[in-house]
Write a protein that binds this ligand. Structure first.
Ligand code: SAH
Length: 223
């Protein structure tokens, strides 16, 4: 099959398979139309190795190598919804732990600029390649440690992390613009999805639901 046929999703997966995925997201309580629309259009199978691609539209996390996983579609949708709902379109968003690049591609359709950090170099390279293939030109990816954020591009209207620190990293709060929102899992064995708003009264925390993510590991990966 040609690459362009793969990119449009012909053969690997039918439009109906993706419709079913979106229907499941709706059943699980995802309501944001823009988020559902983007999830309908981003070809999740292109973010997996060939051996895993046939499982791309199951609602489950899937391995992407280096002991990391592409998050479950429900959690990608939920976190994205929490980042964008009830506010103006975020202009600048920092994503921590871009992994396969799937979440980056989803964000790309909903915000002006995505700045993504990944600590494992081969994952970063693979993610960048996918952004090029899909012509998502508003995503910049860098080899970096999410605990540091990305000071040169701060402040951000939104920050979203796909790996869990034990505590909320202070530098990330510092890089959050007034009115900005941080969405991330926090904790060790027991993790909670947390939303922090940078309000005029200070940082306001809301605990959303229990989740399970890989840990946010300090420093850069050496592979
Ligand atoms: N959103 C990704 C999920 C990848 S899993 C996707 O859609 O595929 C979480 C990712 O966080 C992994 O790729 C892992 O390498 C990365 N990660 C863990 N700690 C990190 C850190 N300190 N800085 C940057 N990335 C980190």
């Amino acid at each position: 099959m040609s690459r362009s046929a793969q990119i449009s999703g012909i053969g690997m997966t039918s439009q109906r398979t993706r419709e079913r995925l979106v229907q499941r997201l709706v059943d699980q309580g995802i309501t944001n139309i823009a988020v559902l629309e983007v999830m309908r259009n981003v070809p999740r199978h292109l973010f997996l190795d060939e051996a895993m691609a046939h499982r791309a539209y199951e609602d489950t996390a899937l391995p992407i190598g280096y002991q990391q996983t592409l998050s479950q579609p429900y959690i990608v949708a939920r976190m994205t919804e929490l980042l964008v709902e009830g506010r103006e379109r975020p202009a600048r968003v920092l994503e921590i732990g871009s992994g396969s690049g799937y979440q980056s591609a989803v964000l790309s359709g909903l915000v002006d600029e995505v700045y993504a950090l990944e600590r494992i170099k081969p994952l970063l390279m693979a993610g960048r390649k996918r952004m090029r293939q899909l012509k998502l030109r508003n995503v910049q990816m860098r080899h970096g440690d999410g605990y540091d954020g990305w000071a040169a591009q701060a402040p951000f209207d939104g920050i979203l992390a796909a790996a869990a620190p034990e505590q909320i990293p202070r530098l990330l709060l510092e890089q959050l613009a007034p009115g900005g929102r941080l969405v991330l899992p926090v904790g060790q064995r027991e993790q909670t999805l947390v939303v922090i708003e940078h309000t005029e009264q200070g940082f306001v925390r809301r605990d959303v639901e229990p989740v399970r993510f890989v840990p946010l590991i300090p420093g850069l990966g050496n592979s």
